[in-house]
Design a protein around this ligand. Structure first.
Ligand SMILES: Nc1ncnc2c1ncn2[C@@H]1O[C@H](COP(=O)(O)OP(=O)(O)OP(=O)(O)O)[C@@H](O)[C@H]1O
Length: 524
Protein backbone atom coordinates (compact mmCIF):
# COMPACT_ATOMS: atom_id res chain seq x y z
CA UNK A 1 0.00 0.00 0.00
CA UNK A 2 2.76 2.42 0.85
CA UNK A 3 6.34 2.92 -0.23
CA UNK A 4 7.78 4.48 2.92
CA UNK A 5 7.40 4.11 6.65
CA UNK A 6 8.96 6.54 9.10
CA UNK A 7 9.64 3.99 11.75
CA UNK A 8 9.95 0.41 10.64
CA UNK A 9 9.82 -0.76 14.27
CA UNK A 10 6.50 0.87 14.99
CA UNK A 11 3.44 -0.53 13.25
CA UNK A 12 1.31 2.01 11.37
CA UNK A 13 -1.84 0.80 13.08
CA UNK A 14 -2.33 1.35 16.81
CA UNK A 15 -1.25 -1.81 18.67
CA UNK A 16 -4.66 -2.58 20.10
CA UNK A 17 -6.19 -2.42 16.63
CA UNK A 18 -3.65 -4.09 14.38
CA UNK A 19 -4.16 -4.11 10.63
CA UNK A 20 -3.47 -7.22 8.59
CA UNK A 21 0.23 -7.55 7.69
CA UNK A 22 -0.34 -6.99 3.97
CA UNK A 23 -1.61 -3.49 4.75
CA UNK A 24 -5.24 -4.39 4.17
CA UNK A 25 -6.81 -3.65 7.52
CA UNK A 26 -9.39 -5.63 9.37
CA UNK A 27 -12.81 -4.08 8.72
CA UNK A 28 -14.23 -5.58 11.92
CA UNK A 29 -12.24 -3.47 14.39
CA UNK A 30 -11.67 -0.32 12.43
CA UNK A 31 -14.18 2.51 12.53
CA UNK A 32 -13.30 3.51 9.00
CA UNK A 33 -11.74 1.47 6.23
CA UNK A 34 -11.02 3.22 2.93
CA UNK A 35 -9.80 0.88 0.21
CA UNK A 36 -8.23 1.78 -3.14
CA UNK A 37 -9.99 5.13 -3.45
CA UNK A 38 -9.64 6.71 -6.87
CA UNK A 39 -10.98 10.06 -8.07
CA UNK A 40 -10.42 11.48 -11.53
CA UNK A 41 -11.57 14.84 -12.82
CA UNK A 42 -11.28 14.33 -16.56
CA UNK A 43 -7.56 13.97 -17.17
CA UNK A 44 -6.66 15.01 -13.58
CA UNK A 45 -6.00 12.02 -11.31
CA UNK A 46 -6.67 13.73 -7.98
CA UNK A 47 -6.57 10.48 -5.94
CA UNK A 48 -5.00 7.28 -7.27
CA UNK A 49 -5.65 4.23 -5.12
CA UNK A 50 -5.54 5.45 -1.52
CA UNK A 51 -6.18 2.96 1.31
CA UNK A 52 -6.12 3.57 5.06
CA UNK A 53 -8.03 2.83 8.21
CA UNK A 54 -8.98 4.73 11.31
CA UNK A 55 -9.61 3.06 14.65
CA UNK A 56 -11.96 4.11 17.46
CA UNK A 57 -10.47 6.76 19.73
CA UNK A 58 -7.74 7.60 17.25
CA UNK A 59 -6.60 10.82 15.56
CA UNK A 60 -5.29 10.10 12.08
CA UNK A 61 -3.45 12.90 10.28
CA UNK A 62 -3.47 13.32 6.51
CA UNK A 63 -0.62 15.49 5.29
CA UNK A 64 0.78 16.39 1.91
CA UNK A 65 1.65 19.27 -0.35
CA UNK A 66 -0.98 21.49 -1.91
CA UNK A 67 -2.87 19.49 -4.51
CA UNK A 68 -1.75 16.10 -3.10
CA UNK A 69 -5.38 14.95 -2.83
CA UNK A 70 -6.18 15.42 0.88
CA UNK A 71 -9.39 17.42 0.46
CA UNK A 72 -10.59 15.08 -2.27
CA UNK A 73 -10.17 12.13 0.11
CA UNK A 74 -11.96 14.07 2.87
CA UNK A 75 -14.82 14.95 0.52
CA UNK A 76 -15.19 11.32 -0.59
CA UNK A 77 -15.49 10.26 3.07
CA UNK A 78 -18.08 12.99 3.60
CA UNK A 79 -20.04 11.79 0.59
CA UNK A 80 -19.62 15.17 -1.10
CA UNK A 81 -17.53 13.73 -3.93
CA UNK A 82 -18.29 10.42 -5.64
CA UNK A 83 -15.23 8.17 -5.91
CA UNK A 84 -14.38 7.00 -9.42
CA UNK A 85 -13.70 3.64 -7.76
CA UNK A 86 -12.86 2.14 -4.37
CA UNK A 87 -14.84 1.55 -1.21
CA UNK A 88 -15.48 3.23 2.13
CA UNK A 89 -16.69 1.18 5.10
CA UNK A 90 -17.78 2.86 8.35
CA UNK A 91 -18.47 0.68 11.41
CA UNK A 92 -18.56 -2.37 9.14
CA UNK A 93 -21.15 -0.90 6.75
CA UNK A 94 -20.21 0.12 3.21
CA UNK A 95 -21.15 3.71 2.37
CA UNK A 96 -23.10 4.37 -0.80
CA UNK A 97 -20.93 6.28 -3.26
CA UNK A 98 -21.26 10.04 -2.98
CA UNK A 99 -24.12 10.15 -0.48
CA UNK A 100 -23.78 12.95 2.07
CA UNK A 101 -26.93 11.70 3.79
CA UNK A 102 -25.55 8.20 4.25
CA UNK A 103 -22.22 9.48 5.49
CA UNK A 104 -24.06 11.56 8.06
CA UNK A 105 -26.28 8.64 9.06
CA UNK A 106 -23.11 6.62 9.63
CA UNK A 107 -21.87 9.29 12.04
CA UNK A 108 -19.44 11.14 9.76
CA UNK A 109 -19.24 14.93 10.20
CA UNK A 110 -16.85 17.38 8.58
CA UNK A 111 -15.50 20.87 9.04
CA UNK A 112 -13.68 22.39 6.11
CA UNK A 113 -11.29 25.27 5.66
CA UNK A 114 -13.50 26.42 2.80
CA UNK A 115 -16.45 26.93 5.05
CA UNK A 116 -19.76 25.32 4.20
CA UNK A 117 -21.76 27.83 6.27
CA UNK A 118 -24.41 30.08 4.69
CA UNK A 119 -23.02 33.62 5.14
CA UNK A 120 -26.41 35.40 5.01
CA UNK A 121 -27.86 33.25 7.78
CA UNK A 122 -27.42 33.64 11.50
CA UNK A 123 -25.16 31.43 13.58
CA UNK A 124 -28.28 29.76 15.04
CA UNK A 125 -29.70 29.04 11.59
CA UNK A 126 -26.40 27.59 10.47
CA UNK A 127 -26.07 25.45 13.56
CA UNK A 128 -29.61 24.18 13.05
CA UNK A 129 -28.94 22.86 9.59
CA UNK A 130 -29.40 19.14 9.15
CA UNK A 131 -28.25 18.02 5.72
CA UNK A 132 -27.81 21.58 4.54
CA UNK A 133 -31.44 22.76 4.59
CA UNK A 134 -33.71 24.28 7.23
CA UNK A 135 -35.82 21.55 8.70
CA UNK A 136 -39.60 21.57 8.90
CA UNK A 137 -40.93 23.34 11.95
CA UNK A 138 -37.75 25.43 12.27
CA UNK A 139 -38.37 28.09 14.92
CA UNK A 140 -36.14 31.16 15.11
CA UNK A 141 -36.69 31.61 18.83
CA UNK A 142 -36.06 27.99 19.76
CA UNK A 143 -33.08 27.78 17.45
CA UNK A 144 -31.42 30.80 19.11
CA UNK A 145 -31.91 29.24 22.56
CA UNK A 146 -30.64 25.85 21.35
CA UNK A 147 -27.66 27.46 19.61
CA UNK A 148 -26.77 29.49 22.71
CA UNK A 149 -26.80 26.28 24.77
CA UNK A 150 -24.70 24.50 22.21
CA UNK A 151 -22.15 27.33 22.07
CA UNK A 152 -22.03 27.33 25.88
CA UNK A 153 -21.48 23.54 25.94
CA UNK A 154 -18.63 23.89 23.48
CA UNK A 155 -17.12 26.77 25.44
CA UNK A 156 -17.79 29.42 22.78
CA UNK A 157 -19.85 31.93 24.77
CA UNK A 158 -18.37 34.90 22.88
CA UNK A 159 -20.21 33.93 19.68
CA UNK A 160 -23.67 35.51 19.39
CA UNK A 161 -26.17 32.99 17.98
CA UNK A 162 -28.13 35.88 16.40
CA UNK A 163 -25.11 37.25 14.50
CA UNK A 164 -25.12 36.86 10.74
CA UNK A 165 -22.29 34.46 9.88
CA UNK A 166 -20.94 36.70 7.13
CA UNK A 167 -20.21 39.44 9.70
CA UNK A 168 -18.02 37.16 11.86
CA UNK A 169 -14.25 37.02 11.60
CA UNK A 170 -12.87 34.09 9.63
CA UNK A 171 -11.64 32.53 12.89
CA UNK A 172 -15.09 32.72 14.48
CA UNK A 173 -16.66 31.31 11.32
CA UNK A 174 -14.20 28.43 11.58
CA UNK A 175 -15.21 27.86 15.21
CA UNK A 176 -18.90 27.81 14.22
CA UNK A 177 -18.14 25.35 11.41
CA UNK A 178 -16.38 23.05 13.90
CA UNK A 179 -19.17 23.45 16.47
CA UNK A 180 -21.70 22.52 13.81
CA UNK A 181 -19.80 19.34 13.03
CA UNK A 182 -19.45 18.51 16.75
CA UNK A 183 -23.17 19.13 17.32
CA UNK A 184 -23.88 16.02 15.25
CA UNK A 185 -22.07 13.94 17.92
CA UNK A 186 -19.87 12.37 15.26
CA UNK A 187 -18.31 8.94 15.36
CA UNK A 188 -15.83 10.16 12.77
CA UNK A 189 -14.97 13.85 12.64
CA UNK A 190 -13.09 15.09 9.58
CA UNK A 191 -11.24 18.37 10.07
CA UNK A 192 -9.92 19.58 6.73
CA UNK A 193 -7.61 22.50 7.53
CA UNK A 194 -10.24 23.52 10.04
CA UNK A 195 -7.63 25.20 12.27
CA UNK A 196 -6.01 27.21 9.48
CA UNK A 197 -7.30 30.61 10.66
CA UNK A 198 -7.01 29.88 14.39
CA UNK A 199 -4.39 31.43 16.68
CA UNK A 200 -2.92 29.35 19.56
CA UNK A 201 -5.89 29.74 21.96
CA UNK A 202 -8.31 28.65 19.19
CA UNK A 203 -6.15 25.61 18.45
CA UNK A 204 -6.05 24.75 22.18
CA UNK A 205 -9.86 24.95 22.20
CA UNK A 206 -10.04 22.62 19.21
CA UNK A 207 -7.63 20.11 20.74
CA UNK A 208 -9.73 19.93 23.91
CA UNK A 209 -12.80 19.13 21.77
CA UNK A 210 -10.80 16.45 19.94
CA UNK A 211 -9.64 14.91 23.23
CA UNK A 212 -13.22 14.87 24.54
CA UNK A 213 -14.40 13.15 21.37
CA UNK A 214 -11.67 10.52 21.23
CA UNK A 215 -12.08 9.79 24.96
CA UNK A 216 -15.63 8.71 24.10
CA UNK A 217 -14.36 6.43 21.32
CA UNK A 218 -14.85 8.84 18.43
CA UNK A 219 -12.19 9.17 15.72
CA UNK A 220 -10.77 12.20 13.98
CA UNK A 221 -9.16 12.65 10.60
CA UNK A 222 -6.98 15.73 10.89
CA UNK A 223 -5.84 17.39 7.67
CA UNK A 224 -3.34 20.17 8.25
CA UNK A 225 -0.18 21.84 7.01
CA UNK A 226 0.78 22.79 10.56
CA UNK A 227 3.28 20.13 11.57
CA UNK A 228 3.44 21.32 15.17
CA UNK A 229 -0.27 20.63 15.56
CA UNK A 230 0.10 17.20 14.02
CA UNK A 231 2.94 16.30 16.38
CA UNK A 232 0.75 17.27 19.31
CA UNK A 233 -2.57 15.72 18.39
CA UNK A 234 -2.12 12.87 15.86
CA UNK A 235 -1.67 9.23 16.88
CA UNK A 236 -0.82 8.18 13.34
CA UNK A 237 -0.66 9.73 9.94
CA UNK A 238 -0.44 9.14 6.24
CA UNK A 239 1.50 11.27 3.79
CA UNK A 240 -0.18 11.83 0.42
CA UNK A 241 1.87 12.69 -2.62
CA UNK A 242 0.44 13.05 -6.13
CA UNK A 243 -2.79 11.34 -5.08
CA UNK A 244 -1.08 8.30 -3.52
CA UNK A 245 -0.05 7.27 -0.01
CA UNK A 246 3.70 7.97 0.00
CA UNK A 247 4.28 6.90 3.61
CA UNK A 248 2.89 6.49 7.09
CA UNK A 249 4.01 7.61 10.51
CA UNK A 250 3.13 7.05 14.13
CA UNK A 251 3.35 9.49 17.03
CA UNK A 252 6.92 10.29 18.01
CA UNK A 253 8.48 8.42 15.10
CA UNK A 254 9.28 11.36 12.83
CA UNK A 255 10.93 14.72 12.56
CA UNK A 256 9.49 17.68 10.66
CA UNK A 257 12.26 17.42 8.07
CA UNK A 258 11.55 13.72 7.44
CA UNK A 259 7.90 14.49 6.92
CA UNK A 260 8.63 17.42 4.62
CA UNK A 261 10.98 15.24 2.54
CA UNK A 262 8.33 12.54 2.27
CA UNK A 263 5.73 15.07 1.18
CA UNK A 264 8.07 16.59 -1.39
CA UNK A 265 9.55 13.29 -2.61
CA UNK A 266 13.08 14.62 -2.13
CA UNK A 267 15.38 15.84 0.65
CA UNK A 268 13.87 18.95 2.14
CA UNK A 269 14.09 20.82 5.42
CA UNK A 270 12.25 23.54 7.25
CA UNK A 271 13.82 26.94 7.51
CA UNK A 272 12.90 30.56 8.01
CA UNK A 273 14.90 33.11 6.03
CA UNK A 274 16.23 36.10 7.96
CA UNK A 275 14.74 39.47 7.12
CA UNK A 276 17.07 41.24 4.65
CA UNK A 277 19.48 43.97 5.75
CA UNK A 278 17.85 47.32 5.07
CA UNK A 279 19.66 49.60 2.67
CA UNK A 280 17.58 52.77 3.02
CA UNK A 281 15.97 54.88 5.73
CA UNK A 282 13.13 55.90 3.41
CA UNK A 283 9.61 55.56 4.72
CA UNK A 284 7.13 53.56 2.67
CA UNK A 285 4.06 54.36 4.73
CA UNK A 286 3.28 56.32 7.83
CA UNK A 287 0.02 56.96 9.54
CA UNK A 288 -0.91 58.55 12.86
CA UNK A 289 -4.22 58.37 14.69
CA UNK A 290 -5.69 55.87 12.25
CA UNK A 291 -9.31 55.14 13.08
CA UNK A 292 -11.69 52.73 11.48
CA UNK A 293 -14.26 50.27 12.77
CA UNK A 294 -12.30 48.18 15.31
CA UNK A 295 -9.16 50.38 14.99
CA UNK A 296 -8.91 52.97 17.74
CA UNK A 297 -6.11 55.37 16.95
CA UNK A 298 -3.08 53.51 15.63
CA UNK A 299 0.28 55.12 14.75
CA UNK A 300 2.36 53.11 12.33
CA UNK A 301 5.53 53.84 10.45
CA UNK A 302 6.87 51.38 7.90
CA UNK A 303 10.26 51.70 6.28
CA UNK A 304 10.96 50.89 2.63
CA UNK A 305 12.21 47.30 2.62
CA UNK A 306 11.00 46.66 6.16
CA UNK A 307 8.98 43.59 7.14
CA UNK A 308 6.63 44.65 9.91
CA UNK A 309 4.75 41.83 11.60
CA UNK A 310 1.33 42.33 13.15
CA UNK A 311 0.54 40.03 16.04
CA UNK A 312 -2.37 39.47 18.35
CA UNK A 313 -5.48 37.36 18.56
CA UNK A 314 -8.03 37.66 15.80
CA UNK A 315 -10.72 40.16 16.49
CA UNK A 316 -8.32 42.74 17.96
CA UNK A 317 -8.27 44.92 14.88
CA UNK A 318 -5.71 43.28 12.59
CA UNK A 319 -8.11 42.59 9.69
CA UNK A 320 -9.62 46.05 10.10
CA UNK A 321 -6.18 47.70 10.17
CA UNK A 322 -5.13 46.08 6.89
CA UNK A 323 -8.46 46.86 5.23
CA UNK A 324 -8.22 50.49 6.38
CA UNK A 325 -4.64 50.85 5.11
CA UNK A 326 -5.72 49.52 1.71
CA UNK A 327 -8.86 51.66 1.58
CA UNK A 328 -11.16 48.66 1.63
CA UNK A 329 -12.88 50.08 4.75
CA UNK A 330 -13.64 53.72 5.63
CA UNK A 331 -10.90 55.24 7.79
CA UNK A 332 -9.62 58.59 9.03
CA UNK A 333 -6.19 59.61 10.26
CA UNK A 334 -4.43 62.69 11.66
CA UNK A 335 -1.74 62.21 9.05
CA UNK A 336 -1.29 59.63 6.32
CA UNK A 337 1.69 59.46 4.00
CA UNK A 338 2.13 56.81 1.28
CA UNK A 339 5.48 56.77 -0.53
CA UNK A 340 6.19 60.40 0.42
CA UNK A 341 2.77 61.61 -0.70
CA UNK A 342 0.40 63.02 1.90
CA UNK A 343 -3.13 61.71 1.44
CA UNK A 344 -6.38 62.26 3.31
CA UNK A 345 -7.42 58.64 2.80
CA UNK A 346 -7.32 55.97 0.17
CA UNK A 347 -9.43 53.55 -1.86
CA UNK A 348 -8.40 50.17 -3.31
CA UNK A 349 -8.03 51.71 -6.77
CA UNK A 350 -5.87 54.57 -5.45
CA UNK A 351 -3.85 52.17 -3.33
CA UNK A 352 -2.99 49.96 -6.31
CA UNK A 353 -2.03 53.05 -8.28
CA UNK A 354 0.24 54.10 -5.40
CA UNK A 355 1.87 50.66 -5.69
CA UNK A 356 0.14 49.14 -2.64
CA UNK A 357 -1.01 45.50 -2.74
CA UNK A 358 -3.28 43.58 -0.38
CA UNK A 359 -3.77 39.88 0.32
CA UNK A 360 -7.13 39.67 2.11
CA UNK A 361 -8.19 37.27 4.83
CA UNK A 362 -10.80 35.37 2.87
CA UNK A 363 -9.55 34.37 -0.57
CA UNK A 364 -12.97 33.19 -1.73
CA UNK A 365 -14.95 36.24 -0.68
CA UNK A 366 -12.46 39.01 -1.39
CA UNK A 367 -9.47 37.52 -3.13
CA UNK A 368 -10.29 35.45 -6.18
CA UNK A 369 -12.92 35.27 -8.90
CA UNK A 370 -13.19 31.49 -9.11
CA UNK A 371 -14.96 31.61 -12.46
CA UNK A 372 -12.00 33.44 -13.98
CA UNK A 373 -8.82 31.79 -15.14
CA UNK A 374 -5.54 31.59 -13.25
CA UNK A 375 -3.93 34.22 -15.50
CA UNK A 376 -6.91 36.58 -15.28
CA UNK A 377 -6.92 36.35 -11.51
CA UNK A 378 -3.27 37.34 -11.35
CA UNK A 379 -3.98 40.40 -13.48
CA UNK A 380 -7.38 41.47 -12.21
CA UNK A 381 -6.48 44.09 -9.55
CA UNK A 382 -4.14 45.87 -11.94
CA UNK A 383 -6.79 45.81 -14.58
CA UNK A 384 -9.42 47.25 -12.24
CA UNK A 385 -7.09 49.94 -10.93
CA UNK A 386 -6.30 51.22 -14.40
CA UNK A 387 -9.90 50.73 -15.61
CA UNK A 388 -8.79 48.95 -18.71
CA UNK A 389 -12.25 47.38 -19.29
CA UNK A 390 -13.08 43.91 -20.57
CA UNK A 391 -11.20 40.89 -19.26
CA UNK A 392 -7.49 40.96 -18.52
CA UNK A 393 -5.45 39.96 -21.55
CA UNK A 394 -3.48 36.98 -20.36
CA UNK A 395 -1.49 36.41 -23.57
CA UNK A 396 0.14 39.86 -23.36
CA UNK A 397 1.40 39.23 -19.81
CA UNK A 398 2.31 35.60 -20.34
CA UNK A 399 5.98 36.02 -19.35
CA UNK A 400 5.15 37.65 -16.01
CA UNK A 401 2.37 35.12 -15.30
CA UNK A 402 4.57 32.12 -16.06
CA UNK A 403 7.28 33.58 -13.82
CA UNK A 404 4.86 33.90 -10.86
CA UNK A 405 3.43 30.40 -11.35
CA UNK A 406 6.95 28.95 -11.45
CA UNK A 407 8.29 31.01 -8.50
CA UNK A 408 5.44 29.85 -6.27
CA UNK A 409 5.21 26.32 -7.77
CA UNK A 410 1.48 26.77 -8.40
CA UNK A 411 0.05 23.38 -9.30
CA UNK A 412 -2.04 24.23 -12.35
CA UNK A 413 -2.51 23.12 -15.92
CA UNK A 414 -1.63 26.67 -16.95
CA UNK A 415 -2.80 30.29 -17.05
CA UNK A 416 -6.02 29.36 -18.86
CA UNK A 417 -7.25 26.88 -16.24
CA UNK A 418 -10.24 28.02 -14.18
CA UNK A 419 -9.13 29.11 -10.70
CA UNK A 420 -12.02 27.17 -9.15
CA UNK A 421 -10.37 23.88 -10.20
CA UNK A 422 -7.22 24.60 -8.15
CA UNK A 423 -6.71 23.15 -4.68
CA UNK A 424 -7.18 25.60 -1.79
CA UNK A 425 -3.49 26.17 -1.20
CA UNK A 426 -2.81 26.83 -4.86
CA UNK A 427 -5.63 29.39 -4.93
CA UNK A 428 -4.01 31.11 -1.96
CA UNK A 429 -0.72 31.32 -3.86
CA UNK A 430 -2.48 33.21 -6.68
CA UNK A 431 -3.78 35.86 -4.27
CA UNK A 432 -0.21 36.55 -3.16
CA UNK A 433 1.42 36.09 -6.56
CA UNK A 434 -0.43 38.97 -8.20
CA UNK A 435 1.70 41.45 -6.23
CA UNK A 436 5.08 39.89 -7.03
CA UNK A 437 7.37 42.08 -9.14
CA UNK A 438 4.55 44.63 -9.45
CA UNK A 439 3.82 46.27 -6.09
CA UNK A 440 6.29 49.12 -5.61
CA UNK A 441 5.50 50.61 -2.22
CA UNK A 442 3.74 48.40 0.30
CA UNK A 443 2.21 44.93 0.42
CA UNK A 444 -0.39 44.26 3.12
CA UNK A 445 -0.67 40.58 4.01
CA UNK A 446 -3.44 38.94 6.01
CA UNK A 447 -2.19 35.51 7.01
CA UNK A 448 -0.95 34.68 3.49
CA UNK A 449 0.39 31.24 4.43
CA UNK A 450 -3.02 29.99 5.57
CA UNK A 451 -3.65 26.59 3.98
CA UNK A 452 -0.26 26.47 2.28
CA UNK A 453 2.02 23.45 2.54
CA UNK A 454 5.38 23.63 4.29
CA UNK A 455 7.48 23.81 1.15
CA UNK A 456 5.21 26.44 -0.38
CA UNK A 457 5.40 28.42 2.86
CA UNK A 458 9.14 28.58 2.46
CA UNK A 459 8.76 29.73 -1.14
CA UNK A 460 6.39 32.40 0.10
CA UNK A 461 8.79 33.52 2.85
CA UNK A 462 11.49 33.87 0.20
CA UNK A 463 9.09 35.82 -2.02
CA UNK A 464 8.25 38.16 0.89
CA UNK A 465 11.95 38.67 1.64
CA UNK A 466 12.54 39.34 -2.08
CA UNK A 467 9.85 41.99 -2.11
CA UNK A 468 11.53 43.62 0.90
CA UNK A 469 14.91 43.48 -0.88
CA UNK A 470 13.28 45.37 -3.75
CA UNK A 471 12.41 48.13 -1.25
CA UNK A 472 8.76 47.21 -0.75
CA UNK A 473 7.50 47.65 2.82
CA UNK A 474 5.56 44.66 4.11
CA UNK A 475 2.83 44.68 6.75
CA UNK A 476 2.17 41.05 7.66
CA UNK A 477 -0.46 39.74 10.03
CA UNK A 478 0.10 36.08 10.79
CA UNK A 479 -1.67 33.55 13.01
CA UNK A 480 1.64 31.62 13.14
CA UNK A 481 3.77 33.29 15.76
CA UNK A 482 6.98 31.60 14.52
CA UNK A 483 6.70 33.38 11.18
CA UNK A 484 6.52 36.75 12.90
CA UNK A 485 9.45 36.03 15.17
CA UNK A 486 11.76 34.67 12.47
CA UNK A 487 11.04 36.59 9.28
CA UNK A 488 10.05 40.08 10.50
CA UNK A 489 12.29 43.01 11.42
CA UNK A 490 9.77 44.24 13.97
CA UNK A 491 6.40 43.13 15.32
CA UNK A 492 3.59 45.28 16.71
CA UNK A 493 0.95 43.44 18.69
CA UNK A 494 -2.63 44.69 18.61
CA UNK A 495 -4.94 44.41 21.57
CA UNK A 496 -8.47 45.77 21.52
CA UNK A 497 -7.81 47.83 18.43
CA UNK A 498 -4.64 49.58 19.62
CA UNK A 499 -0.93 48.77 19.66
CA UNK A 500 -0.15 47.19 23.04
CA UNK A 501 3.52 46.47 22.38
CA UNK A 502 6.23 46.78 19.77
CA UNK A 503 8.86 44.04 19.75
CA UNK A 504 12.30 44.11 18.15
CA UNK A 505 15.75 42.61 18.74
CA UNK A 506 16.00 40.44 21.85
CA UNK A 507 12.45 41.37 22.93
CA UNK A 508 11.05 39.76 19.78
CA UNK A 509 10.26 36.26 21.06
CA UNK A 510 7.31 33.91 20.69
CA UNK A 511 6.45 34.24 24.38
CA UNK A 512 6.47 38.04 24.16
CA UNK A 513 4.14 37.98 21.13
CA UNK A 514 1.74 35.54 22.80
CA UNK A 515 1.89 37.45 26.11
CA UNK A 516 1.14 40.78 24.43
CA UNK A 517 -1.73 39.12 22.53
CA UNK A 518 -3.29 38.44 25.95
CA UNK A 519 -2.88 42.06 26.96
CA UNK A 520 0.45 41.69 28.81
CA UNK A 521 3.44 43.93 28.06
CA UNK A 522 6.80 42.19 28.29
CA UNK A 523 9.55 43.96 30.25
CA UNK A 524 11.73 46.27 28.15
N1 LIG B 1 -13.40 20.08 -9.04
C1 LIG B 1 -12.20 19.83 -9.54
N2 LIG B 1 -11.97 19.84 -10.86
C2 LIG B 1 -10.75 19.59 -11.37
N3 LIG B 1 -9.66 19.30 -10.63
C3 LIG B 1 -9.82 19.28 -9.30
C4 LIG B 1 -11.09 19.55 -8.67
N4 LIG B 1 -10.94 19.43 -7.33
C5 LIG B 1 -9.64 19.12 -7.12
N5 LIG B 1 -8.97 19.03 -8.30
C6 LIG B 1 -7.56 18.70 -8.47
O1 LIG B 1 -7.28 17.54 -7.71
C7 LIG B 1 -5.98 17.63 -7.13
C8 LIG B 1 -6.09 17.38 -5.64
O2 LIG B 1 -6.77 18.48 -5.04
P1 LIG B 1 -7.10 18.54 -3.49
O3 LIG B 1 -7.97 19.74 -3.26
O4 LIG B 1 -7.64 17.23 -3.04
O5 LIG B 1 -5.65 18.76 -2.87
P2 LIG B 1 -5.22 19.04 -1.36
O6 LIG B 1 -4.16 18.04 -1.03
O7 LIG B 1 -6.40 19.11 -0.48
O8 LIG B 1 -4.54 20.47 -1.51
P3 LIG B 1 -4.53 21.76 -0.51
O9 LIG B 1 -3.54 21.45 0.57
O10 LIG B 1 -4.05 22.86 -1.39
O11 LIG B 1 -5.93 21.98 -0.02
C9 LIG B 1 -5.43 19.01 -7.50
O12 LIG B 1 -4.58 18.85 -8.61
C10 LIG B 1 -6.65 19.80 -7.89
O13 LIG B 1 -6.33 20.80 -8.84
Amino acid sequence: MTDARMDAAAPAAAPEHPGAPDGHPSPVEALLVATDLVKSYGPVQAVQGVSFQCNPGEVLALVGENGAGKSTVAKMLAGAVTPTSGSIVVSGRPLASGSVRQSRQSGVRCAFQELALVPDWTVAENLGLPDGAPYRGFSQKKSVVAAAELLETFDLPHIDPRATVGTLSLADRQLVEIARALAGRPKLLILDEASSALTPPGVAWLFQRIRDLTAEGGSVIYVSHRLGEIAEIADRGAVLRDGKVAGEFVRGSWTDDQLISLMAGREAARFFPDPPARTTDATALSVTGLRSEGVHGIDLSLGAGEILGIGGLQGHGQAELLRALFGAAPATADSWVIAGRSVSGTTPVRSVRHGVGYVPEDRKREGLALEMTVGENLLVPWFKAYQLGGRPRVARERGWIDGILAALSVRTRGPNELSGALSGGNQQKLVFGRWMNRARTVVLLHDPTRGIDVRAKQELYEAIVDLAKQGVGIVWFSTEVEELVHVCHRVVVLYQGTVIDELTGTRLTGDAVVGASMGLRAAA
